[in-house]
Design a protein around this ligand. Structure first.
Ligand code: HSE
Length: 307
């Protein structure tokens, strides 16, 4: 078998929800998965994975990256080619950092490139949202930046959310996993009017807080009534890490995506102290966490074609 052509797609991790924006807002982060696809003239599928958590990735046809790749070919009514896929895993799995979204976006973008770009970026985005079931991870993974997605019933309206550059995302990534399906199962299917109003107001305030960097707004805005009250019981040490982050000067702390990673927002002057406080608080609960200040990725998925 020989290589016909190839493409490398780099896709950023994402942090979704940001407290009150359950299922509708997310931001791309400077942490990446890299997916290399080589189209072969024969031979079916091979997948090779490198990175610390490589053992956790399926290497057969059930691999989500490959499923997304096939999905695009089905959409354009073509047979997917034989491929050799290499995955460099930089985004931890099942931690609330959008690893599934990187796979969905990576597979769709790679297929679109290898097929000669039959689909627009908007069409790729719509396929990605349909595969993921909600837009808050896949949209920033594809487009970069912080993005809000709203449906008009038939299509998605996407807007970029200005993010004042002195607001630093501090991510505390624990050494245990939490599946998104489990974290969604604990949520109620109906909410009170009071909770709906609470989140509407807080998401509005969050958008203004992110745009201005106004600390008092951010401190209030990061509160939520739709998912965190139900999910925090799944994350041992949540309250202790939250208190430590705020005591060290964070505006507030939220669950990143469906968790268990915790996201604090802090200004640049406090970010290091917040990192140390979150790490120590989790350690006191017997949990080892990698804690890092990251930046927003403003580019989203990018691809380089070979051949
Ligand atoms: N908005 C989603 C959730 C993100 O919180 O369940 C994880 O896919």
């Amino acid at each position: 078998m020989s290589v016909v052509s190839g493409v490398t797609v780099t896709v950023p991790a994402t942090t979704a929800n940001l407290g009150p924006g359950f299922d509708c807002i997310g931001a791309a982060l400077t942490l990446y998965n890299v997916f290399n696809f080589n189209r072969l003239d024969e031979g079916g599928l091979t997948i090779h994975v490198t990175g610390e958590e490589a053992d956790g990735v399926q290497t057969d046809e059930s691999n989500l990256l490959y499923q997304a790749f096939v999905k695009l070919y089905q959409y354009i009514e073509q047979i997917p080619p034989s491929v050799k896929i290499e995955i460099q895993l930089g985004v931890p799995l099942a931690r609330g950092l959008g690893s599934s979204a990187t796979a969905i976006v990576g597979g769709l973008v790679a297929a679109n490139q290898l097929a000669g770009e039959p689909l627009s970026q908007l069409q790729v985005m719509e396929l990605a949202i349909a595969m993921e079931g909600h837009p808050d991870n896949v949209v920033p993974a594809l487009l970069g930046g912080c993005r809000l997605a709203a449906s008009n019933g038939a299509a998605w309206e996407i807007c970029d959310v200005p993010w004042q550059e002195n607001i630093i995302p501090v991510l505390a990534i624990p050494d245990f996993e939490l599946s998104t399906s489990e974290a969604r199962r604990v949520l109620p299917t109906e909410f009170s009017r009071a909770d709906a109003i609470f989140n509407t107001a807080h998401l509005g305030l969050l958008l203004r807080g992110l745009a201005t960097g106004k600390g008092e707004w951010l401190k209030t805005a990061l509160q939520d009534k739709l998912h965190q009250p139900y999910r925090k019981a799944l994350i041992r040490g949540y309250d202790a890490v939250n208190m430590a982050a705020v005591a060290a000067g964070a505006y507030g702390m939220v669950i990143s995506g469906a968790g268990p990673t915790l996201l604090a927002l802090a200004d640049a002057e406090h970010a290091q102290a917040v990192e140390a406080a979150m790490r120590t608080a989790w350690q006191a609960e017997g949990i080892t966490a990698v804690v890092r200040s990251l930046s927003l990725d403003n580019q989203g998925a990018r691809s380089v074609k070979q051949g």
